[in-house]
Design a protein around this ligand. Structure first.
Ligand code: KG4
Ligand code: ZN
Length: 333
């Protein structure tokens, strides 16, 4: 079964065609990062307009690239939230029009469930129960998944999402936008133990907080400069990254052990981070946990993950009405 997937929740216009929920036939991403870079962050109006320009040509291209006739599309899946409402609406309008024109089932997908399903694209269905750690530019979330499509949120961020914090600290040390990947690269040349940044262990077990760490980075750099020393950006990057990742890995492994699951699943843009990937692998192994991590290119926003999650919901007989609206704060439930 070939599903057309569409994702426009933030600043990537993404279209994919996926067979049987796991075989990627086309997975196209048109990034708008260059349009937002000079503003230092995603500008919602700019994003909506760019999606509008890109979406139809992208669908055409995905069909061409996968050598799929429109008549071979058997369902349409689209992100309906969370995300920027104007951006979501563009993808949803295109998806609804396609489903209506082709007279095929339509399914709305939660973006965060999509990130979890990035794992299915390589490895096939994930066996429940498991604990998922979803970490992106907009979310940091630990989730217990007892059975298919059932999500129990164990904890989330009390302030900044991890990707957001990466981007802000990257900007502070002059790395541009989006700064996460650049900070990751710079950190590989630095010493993670150079600066003992605080580990933000919140009172509530599985929640996350990064505002204290962010402030500590700014304070450290100002204090160093006040003493006439120029902080080494690679050491700041490595030490900041280590503080973030250390807490994330501890809480994720802790949640898996508490919930007595054998599998840990990662998803979201920040999972492209090389240190998160390596430390999680080491600690999961030490605790006897099976770890699933999507390849880096499937961690960041894409439509293949949406097509996959949509496929598995459709296979259960689920359908979404064409009257569904975009929900910028759609909960994962
Ligand atoms: O999942 P995603 O593509 O979009 C959202 O749903 O938000 O995540 C984007 C976020 C950005 O904040 C970006 O800086 C971060 O993921 N990111 C990284 C890395 N690659 C992307 N953060 C740290 N290290 C990376 N290698
Ligand atoms: Zn995302």
């Amino acid at each position: 079964m070939r599903v057309l997937g569409i994702e426009t929740s933030c600043d990537e216009t993404a279209v994919a065609i996926v067979e049987d929920g796991r075989r990627i036939l086309a997975n196209l991403i048109s990034s708008q990062a260059h349009l937002h870079a000079r503003f230092g962050g995603v500008v919602p109006e700019v994003a909506s307009r760019a999606h509008l320009e890109a979406i139809n040509p992208m669908i055409e291209l995905a069909l061409q690239e996968s050598e799929t006739a429109t008549s071979a599309i058997e369902a349409v899946a689209v992100t309906i939230g969370p995300g920027l409402v104007g951006a979501l609406l563009v993808g949803m309008a295109a998806a609804k029009a396609a489903a209506l024109a082709l007279d095929v089932p339509f399914i709305g997908v939660n973006h965060l469930e999509g990130h979890i399903f990035s794992n299915v694209l390589e490895a096939g269905p994930i066996e429940e129960p498991y604990v998922a750690f979803v970490v992106s530019g907009g979310h940091t979330m630990l989730v217990y998944v007892p059975e298919p499509h059932v999500y129990e949120v164990l904890g989330q961020t009390l302030d900044d999402a991890a990707g957001e914090a990466f981007d802000k600290v990257a900007r502070f040390i002059g790395l541009g936008f989006p700064g996460g990947p650049a900070l990751d690269r710079l950190a590989q040349k630095g010493d993670p133990d150079a600066i003992p940044f605080p580990r933000a262990v919140t009172e509530r077990g599985y929640d996350f907080s990064l505002s204290g760490l962010k402030t500590a980075v700014v304070r450290h750099m100002k204090a160093e400069r006040a003493h006439g020393r120029e902080p080494r950006p690679e050491d700041v990057a490595a030490s900041f990254q280590e503080a973030v990742v250390d807490v994330q890995v501890s809480k994720t492994v802790g949640a898996a052990l508490d919930k007595e699951v054998r599998t840990v699943v990662l998803g979201g843009g920040v999972v492209a981070n090389s240190r998160l990937r390596s430390l999680m692998a080491v600690r999961a192994k030490a605790s006897g946990l099976r770890l699933m991590i999507p390849p880096p290119e499937l961690c960041t926003d894409n439509a293949a993950m949406i097509a996959s999650a949509g496929y598995y919901r459709l296979a259960r007989g689920e359908r979404t009405g064409l009257d569904v609206g975009a929900d910028p704060s759609l909960p994962l439930a």
